[in-house]
Design a protein around this ligand. Structure first.
Ligand code: PGA
Length: 251
């Protein structure tokens, strides 16, 4: 199996003002720097207004910066949107696209997500493409069908292991404290790997993250599961100790 370095990504969502955001990011950057060689990459995705100050604060450190979303275009008359070029300007290397909260709150379709990922790629950003089923879909036995459809529709042409990360986040596990069982995670990640193999030339090198109520006490088991190449963490990424503990659960 291709060696895939784990990615521990923090999605701060709409949380944090400047002072706390700076403190959190600087704390993590300092720990990473002090730790030397670690078996994971660490990424924080603050709200847009914090990207520039956080980017300045962690510049030169191993802590990576990402946006929580991006527009499908680089500039123009699109009020309220933030382009991949702007993310890059702030120091971002990554952009999350198609998070289920964006899909729900802003009615983002698979095609819209693919366009955002393509725009991120254009600027040299890594797109973290999120997929995941609702509880009703899982109960109806349609989890794989839904995720398969999302993968088919949300990955743009030109996606490779170098520019794309897939995050599997069952919607019912996000922010609820419910976590998919290790077997469900293993099965879904194997299914996603197979779907990627049908589409990408270097599918075995694509990192597939798990997300949904990842905490320090469940991280080690999740991160040791086959085809789990990291975690996308919401709530627990807001506390430096918890997020760091998730990172150091990587073996
Ligand atoms: P959570 O969020 O860790 O708070 O469940 C995960 C996510 O939505 O990325």
């Amino acid at each position: 199996m291709a060696a895939r370095r784990k990615l521990i990504a923090g999605n701060w969502k709409m949380n944090g003002l400047k002072a706390e955001g700076l403190q959190l990011a600087s704390d993590l950057a300092g720990r990473l720097q002090g730790a030397g060689a670690v078996p994971f990459d660490m990424l924080v995705c603050p709200p847009f207004p914090l990207l520039f100050p956080v980017g300045e604060a962690i510049k030169g450190s191993p802590l990576a910066l990402g946006g929580q979303d991006c527009a499908p275009k680089q500039k123009g008359a699109h009020t309220g949107d933030t382009s991949p070029a702007m993310l890059k300007d702030a120091g971002c290397a990554y952009a999350i696209v198609g998070h289920s909260e964006r899909r729900q709150d802003h009615a983002e379709t698979d095609a819209a997500v693919a366009a955002k990922a393509a725009a991120a790629h254009e600027e040299g950003l890594v797109a973290i493409v999120c997929v995941g089923e609702t509880w009703a879909e899982r109960e109806a036995g349609k989890a794989q069908e839904v995720v398969g459809r999302q993968i088919a529709g949300s990955l743009p042409a030109g996606a490779t292991a170098a520019n794309t990360v897939v995050a599997y986040e069952p919607v019912w596990a996000i922010g609820t404290g419910k976590v998919a069982t290790p077997q469900d995670v293993k099965d879904m990640h194997a299914f996603i790997r197979k779907e990627l193999q049908a589409r990408l030339p270097d599918a075995d090198s694509v990192r597939i993250l798990y997300g949904g109520s990842v905490k320090p006490d469940n991280a080690a088991e999740l991160l040791a599961t086959d085809n789990v190449d990291g975690a996308l963490v919401g709530g627990a990424s807001l506390k430096a100790d918890d997020f760091w503990a998730i990172g150091t659960s990587c073996r």
